[in-house]
Design a protein around this ligand. Structure first.
Ligand SMILES: Cc1cc2nc3c(=O)[nH]c(=O)nc-3n(C[C@H](O)[C@H](O)[C@H](O)COP(=O)(O)OP(=O)(O)OC[C@H]3O[C@@H](n4cnc5c(N)ncnc54)[C@H](O)[C@@H]3O)c2cc1C
Ligand code: SF4
Length: 463
């Protein structure tokens, strides 16, 4: 089954050179793995899942051969259950919580079982949910990433009309543009979008809210607005040489690897330097290593302070990424002659140390040195997309730029706006965005119902 949007993807992409990290289970393997589950009471795996999927229930259904029922259990709790099966850091969520971890036995491979059930449902085109009876209410969703898609799906089930407005040409948010190709490919992300919107809501791509259409216009046409805009472009450190060819923001580079036909900066490179210690830094380091580059990752603190998950660091090391801790770049240096003139040739670095009582690492005098690099990926965070939203009356922002919401409802300080996903949580995982999108939909529904109860004549019987 191919999603119509996949036609917009070039047939040749670097992401296609990276095979699945965790290949799908065969039916026999899935049945054998499912049969190991202990179906725990108060299952800790459920508590560890932000969307609270009833994991023992869906595993039991696989064990009994009810694959359709299994997929229903998963997707009823989390409509992004397919991509979550592929991209969730299960090692620190459900699988990490499995009781087998305390018994010195391998934990249940929950992600792979979830993939088995949902992938089968996708392959068979099985649909489980329908549009609710129309309420006449309309909701605009800004962005078509996991948060907005989860919200739009739930709103549609509840009978409201939902329209996602997406600035990019392709929907799916970071599932399509950011998550590592060895976990999910862009066409898989687009297939999921197609499946989710198949319930009957619209996704309009190439529509930038704040550009082609304003929030004021949306306010006139829609009864509520959900902000699922994610985070902004890669942050930069402002170092000399940052504009050289071959010095790129990590998310920008990952998007090119996933969605473009060619990425000349990667194809011409041998030596890559990755700057940063978070999960995005590890992702791009692993992707470049898998594409055959020698990768050095610079981090200005030590291994235990790294933001990246420990399991990701271990994989990266196995894949040949060389870590240099307590080092940071101070400048990117251009090649001196010929056609390579404006391209980066090396990274000037310094060693760092935690001197004195201060916790901030500081450059060690006289430690300057150069590392060869014909490609640099800067993964030092993403900016927040606040500028266009600052005009909305009542919406508040935290000191770090995230939209402040009431956690149980995702409501903002403006009664017509809700927000969820990375723009409100500061940048977590797909499963958090899915949970928040659904929670917001239910709160929007409750707000519509409350307004109806308050309306003049509400509750009157007869005329
Ligand atoms: C490199 C990278 C790798 C990641 N890997 C993983 C992983 O392996 N597993 C995992 O669980 N999570 C991963 N994450 C995190 C995960 O992708 C995000 O938490 C999740 O996608 C957030 O969903 P969202 O809908 O809030 O935002 P996004 O996915 O960012 O979607 C927001 C959408 O809104 C659109 N938009 C923004 N502004 C406007 C506007 N003005 N008008 C219209 N549209 C607009 C954007 O174009 C985008 O498509 C990764 C993140 C990054 C950066
Ligand atoms: S904790 Fe492990 S064994 Fe228990 S229900 Fe969850 S997956 Fe099964």
């Amino acid at each position: 089954m191919a999603a119509p949007e996949t036609r917009a993807l070039p047939a040749r992409r670097l992401e296609l050179m990276m095979p699945d990290l965790k290949p799908a289970l065969t039916e026999a393997q899935a049945r054998a793995e499912a049969s190991r589950c202990l179906y725990c009471n108060d299952a800790p795996c459920i508590a560890a899942c932000p969307t609270a999927i009833n994991i023992p229930e869906f595993i039991r259904k696989i064990d009994s051969g009810n694959y359709r029922g299994s997929a229903r259990t998963i997707l009823d709790a989390n409509i992004l259950g397919y991509s979550c099966a592929l991209v969730c850091p299960v090692e620190v969520l459900c699988v990490g919580a499995c009781v087998y971890n305390h018994q010195d036995r391998p934990p249940i491979q929950i992600g792979l079982l979830q993939r088995f059930a949902t992938e089968r449902a996708y392959e068979k085109g099985t649909r489980f949910f329908e549009k609710g009876a129309p309420t006449g209410k309309r909701v605009a969703l800004v962005g078509a990433g996991p948060a907005s898609l989860a919200c739009a799906h739930e709103l549609t089930r509840l009978g409201h009309e939902a329209v996602c407005l997406e600035a990019r040409q392709l929907p799916g948010g970071l599932n399509t543009t950011g998550c590592a190709p060895y976990k999910i490919r862009s066409e898989t992300a687009l297939l999921e979008v197609d499946y989710i919107k198949g319930i009957g809501f619209e996704v309009r791509t190439g529509v930038e809210v704040g550009g082609n259409v304003t929030l004021a216009e949306l306010e006139k046409t829609y009864d509520a607005i959900f902000l699922g805009v994610g985070l902004g472009p890669d942050s930069r450190l402002g170092l000399p040489g940052e504009n050289l060819r071959g010095v790129l923001g990590a998310c920008d580079l990952i998007e090119r690897i996933k969605n473009r036909e060619t990425v000349p900066e990667v194809e011409a490179a041998r030596e890559a330097v990755v700057v940063g210690g978070g999960n995005t830094a590890i992702d791009i380091a692993r992707e470049l290593a898998r594409l055959g580059l020698h990768v050095t990752q610079l981090y200005r603190r030590g291994p235990t302070e790294m933001g990246a998950y420990a399991h990701e660091q271990t994989y990266a090391r196995k894949e040949g990424v060389e870590f240099r801790y307590w080092e940071q770049p101070v400048a990117y240096v251009a090649g001196k002659q010929g056609p390579e003139k404006e391209r980066v040739r090396s990274v000037q670095c310094v060693k760092m140390a935690q001197t004195g009582a201060g916790r901030q690492p500081e450059p060690v005098r006289g430690s300057e040195h150069e590392l060869p690099a014909d490609l640099v990926a800067v993964a030092t965070g993403q900016e927040k997309l606040v500028s266009q939203l600052r005009t909305i009356a009542g919406i508040k922002f935290g000191a770090d730029g995230r939209i402040e919401v009431e956690p149980s409802t995702c409501a903002t300080g403006n009664s017509r706006y809700w927000a969820g996903g990375d723009c409100a949580n500061g940048g977590k995982e797909v499963v958090n965005a899915a949970a928040e999108g659904k929670r917001a939909a239910r709160a929007i529904d409750a707000a519509f119902k409350a307004a109806l109860r308050r309306a003049p004549g509400a509750g009157a019987r007869g005329a």
